[in-house]
Design a protein around this ligand. Structure first.
Ligand SMILES: [Zn+2]
Length: 125
């Protein structure tokens, strides 16, 4: 599969990128925690940094999972319906583990079952 070769390179580059970004972020978070005076001012910036780091960790996990699937030979197959993921989608999102329809379902059920922002807003009001 020609696509797999290209995807491996893209994914490996992406993984390297994410590792770099994440190790840099950790430095920022630790530095800000150490500064007690600016604690309040920085807390929201730190929270944002942590949220971004969380998202990047999740992306890195996806990228690593995709690389693992290239080795397994299961790359490009949807983990939910076992149908082939379209090459267009894989070109856009090389770490995609699901086809578009299954991803939509996963996103919807994910939002419904877990929404901490909504919980926080309700208890605050
Ligand atoms: Zn699917």
């Amino acid at each position: 599969m020609v696509l797999t070769m290209g995807s491996t390179l893209i994914l490996e580059r992406k993984a390297k990128e994410l590792v770099q970004v994440l190790s840099h972020r950790e430095g920022i978070i630790i530095e800000k925690s150490a500064d007690q005076m600016d604690e309040t001012q920085n807390s929201s910036a730190r929270e944002l940094a942590i949220r971004n780091a969380d998202r990047e960790s999740a992306s890195l996990r996806d990228v690593k999972a995709a690389l693992q699937r290239i080795h397994d030979g299961s790359f490009g197959v949807c983990t939910m319906c076992d149908q082939e993921i379209s090459s267009k989608r894989l070109a856009a999102v090389p770490s995609a583990l699901r086809c578009i329809s299954c991803q939509e379902i996963a996103d919807q059920t994910g939002n419904q079952s877990w929404n901490p922002m909504m919980d926080g807003m309700l208890t605050a009001a």
